[in-house]
Design a protein around this ligand. Structure first.
Ligand SMILES: *Cc1c(COP(=O)(O)O)cnc(C)c1O
Length: 249
């Protein structure tokens, strides 16, 4: 008997159980809201957790992973790719603020960038796509709906300009909108932020801003993803409820 194997099997079981529970809640909530579970992409937020956890989740059928730091993601993405041996291919989502000097690496590493919030960043990412030979990079515009000083995200008034600019880019594809509302214990209090983001998405969808795809809504985390789904989320970013609590950095 090998005790470390037993431990790994136990970790697999625990992760599988948590994933099953989250998937069940997503499906149930979608049905309640008159939607189908297939409309909702579960992004497993693996930040601070080791590559082995990602490999486990990948084996359990998770495809989409979220990371918020380029540096941390780089090592993890390499380690996961090495472990998978090309058998399963994860999709990596950057969900944290992107510093301009890391945009080249972000273009090389990530499949989708959710946190585009300035004209400079759009310009730089487009240029990096050209330089790195990347044909298409799906991006979401992060909108700051609460006007919190400390938070990243574009002011809603800046959206028209950013959307217009993104439309002129040959390589960036505007895939939708993302928001990170203030944290409230009482999840009902975030509903107006999610609703507002959906209204903005609908408005810009009507003007063709997102092309044929229709416009993703990246909103909702462990404690409030059900409210987000009720309000139309197409991508939920769930960390703690899948991987457990994060250690303080
Ligand atoms: C960490 C993070 C999440 C996941 O948060 P949990 O509460 O652990 O589910 C989602 N979105 C963003 C932008 C994050 O930084």
């Amino acid at each position: 008997m090998n005790s470390s194997k037993t431990e790994a099997a136990r970790a697999d079981d625990a992760l599988g159980a948590r994933l099953g529970e989250i998937r069940g809640r997503i499906a149930e909530c979608a049905r309640r809201a008159g939607r189908t579970p297939e409309e909702i992409t579960l992004i497993a937020v693996s930040k601070t957790h080791p590559a082995e956890m990602v490999t486990r989740a990948l084996a359990a059928g998770v495809v989409d992973f979220g990371e918020n730091r380029v540096q941390e993601a780089e090592e993890k993405i390499e380690a996961v790719a090495a472990a998978a041996g090309g058998a399963r291919v994860p999709r990596w989502h950057l969900i944290g603020h992107l510093q301009k000097n890391k945009s080249r690496r972000a273009v090389k590493l990530f499949d989708v960038i959710h946190t585009v919030d300035s004209a400079e960043l759009i310009e730089r990412l487009e240029r990096m796509c050209v330089e790195e030979g990347r044909a298409e990079l799906p991006v979401l515009l992060q909108v700051d709906l609460a006007g919190e000083e400390s938070k990243a995200g574009a002011h809603p008034d800046a959206l028209p300009g950013l959307i217009e600019q993104a439309a002129t880019c040959k390589h960036l594809r505007l895939a939708g909108l993302m928001t990170l509302p203030p944290f409230y214990d009482e999840t009902e209090r975030v509903r107006p932020f999610f609703r507002r983001l959906r209204e903005l998405r609908d408005e810009w969808r009507g003007r063709g801003a997102f092309g044929a795809a229709g416009g993703e809504l990246s909103m909702g985390m462990s404690h409030d993803f059900e409210v987000a789904i009720e309000e139309g989320a197409t991508m939920v970013r769930v960390g703690t409820a899948i991987f457990g609590a994060r250690a303080a950095r």
